[in-house]
Write a protein that binds this ligand. Structure first.
Ligand SMILES: [Fe+2]
Ligand SMILES: [Fe+2]
Length: 295
C-alpha cells in the first residue's frame, strides 16, 4: 500500500489549487460576439445583415476587424470601410475567421515560459487546430458537434495551459510538458483546468466535452465525436509543426492508419481524409499572414 502524503503537503496542495483556480476569474472572457455567432450558425439560414447586427455591438472589434480585412493579405483594390463591404469583398468565411481570431487574440496571444511555443506560437497553434477541427467536423457531419462548435472547441482546447504556465517550474525553460507534470505541479492537468474554465464561462456542452476528451476520446468504451475531432486536428497541426518551435512542414504525410479509430468513428474514409488534408494545407500555409493586420 502506498504511503499517505503528509497532512502539511495536502494543505499546501489545496492552497495551491485554490490559487490556480482563482486565476480563472482574471482571464479575459471571449467576446460575447463569439457566443452570438455560434447561435447564429445553428440556424439553417442567415444573411450578411444578421452577421452585421451582431458585430456592430462591439465597435472596438469592428475597428480591428476592418484593419485585418484591409491588410495586404487580402489585397483589395480599394479600402474597406464597413462590415457590409468587407463581407462582400472578402467573403463571409474569411470574415468569420477574422472575427474569431481577433476576439480571441487578447486571451490567447501569450508568450509561454514553460510550454514550447515560440512568440505567438500558442495562439497560432490554437487557431490552426480550430480551422482544422472545423474542416473535419464539416466532413464528419456529426449531429453531436457542428463545424462552428468544433472551431471554438479547437480554439479553446489547450486554454488550461494559459494558467498552468505561470505555476510550472520556469527554471528548465520551454519544454514538452506532460499531463503528469502539470498534475504533479498544480494538482490539475490542462484538460481538468480547461474544463473548469468552460464551466465558469457557461460554454455549451458540445464544446466543453470536445475539450475534455481531446487527449483521450474513448468514453466508456465509445468514441466521443467532439473529442475525436479535436484529437485529429491537434495531432495534424503538431505533425505539421504549426506554431511549434520547429519549421512548419505542411508536406509531412499523415497516414489514415494513425487516426483510424477516430476517423472511423466520424465515418471519414481514407480519400476524404486526404481531401481534408489538402484543403488544410492551403489554409494553414498563410495562417501567419492572414492575421498579420491585427498586430
Ligand atoms: Fe491538449
Ligand atoms: Fe494542442
Amino acid at each position: 500500500m502506498s504511503e499517505a502524503p503528509p497532512i502539511s503537503g495536502l494543505v499546501e496542495l489545496k492552497s495551491l489549487q485554490k490559487r490556480v483556480l482563482s486565476q480563472i476569474e482574471s482571464l479575459p472572457s471571449l467576446s460575447t460576439v463569439v457566443g452570438e455567432f455560434l447561435q447564429l450558425s445553428r440556424r439553417e439560414y442567415f444573411t450578411a445583415m444578421d452577421f452585421e447586427k451582431i458585430l456592430v455591438k462591439d465597435q472596438a472589434l469592428v475597428a480591428r476587424l476592418l484593419k485585418v480585412a484591409n491588410s495586404s493579405f487580402f489585397g483589395c483594390p480599394r479600402p474597406i470601410e464597413t462590415v457590409h463591404e468587407a463581407i462582400v469583398l472578402i467573403g463571409m468565411d474569411n470574415m468569420k475567421n477574422i472575427v474569431y481570431a481577433v476576439s480571441s487574440s487578447g486571451l490567447l496571444r501569450k508568450q509561454m515560459k514553460c510550454y514550447m511555443y515560440p512568440d505567438k506560437g500558442y495562439w497560432l497553434h490554437s487557431m490552426a487546430v480550430a480551422l482544422s477541427a472545423r474542416e473535419i467536423a464539416d466532413a464528419a457531419k456529426s449531429d453531436v458537434v457542428g463545424p462552428e462548435e468544433a472551431f471554438v472547441a479547437g480554439l479553446m482546447h489547450d486554454i488550461g495551459k494559459l494558467i498552468l504556465d505561470e505555476f510550472l517550474d520556469h527554471e528548465p525553460g520551454p519544454r514538452i510538458v506532460s499531463l503528469a507534470e502539470e498534475k504533479e505541479a498544480t494538482g490539475f492537468n490542462h484538460i481538468e483546468l480547461g474544463s473548469k474554465i468552460m464551466e465558469r464561462w457557461n460554454i455549451s456542452d458540445s464544446i466543453h466535452s470536445a475539450l475534455r476528451y481531446h487527449h483521450d476520446f474513448m468514453v466508456e468504451g465509445e468514441p466521443h465525436h467532439g473529442g475525436a475531432i479535436i484529437s485529429i486536428a491537434d495531432r495534424l497541426c503538431n505533425t505539421w509543426c504549426v506554431g511549434t518551435n520547429r519549421m512548419m512542414n505542411l508536406g509531412a504525410d499523415v497516414e489514415y492508419e494513425d487516426h483510424a479509430q477516430a476517423l472511423d468513428a466520424l465515418s471519414i474514409k481514407e480519400d476524404k481524409f486526404k481531401a481534408i488534408q489538402m484543403k488544410l494545407r492551403k489554409k494553414l500555409v498563410s495562417i501567419e499572414d492572414f492575421y498579420s493586420g491585427d498586430e
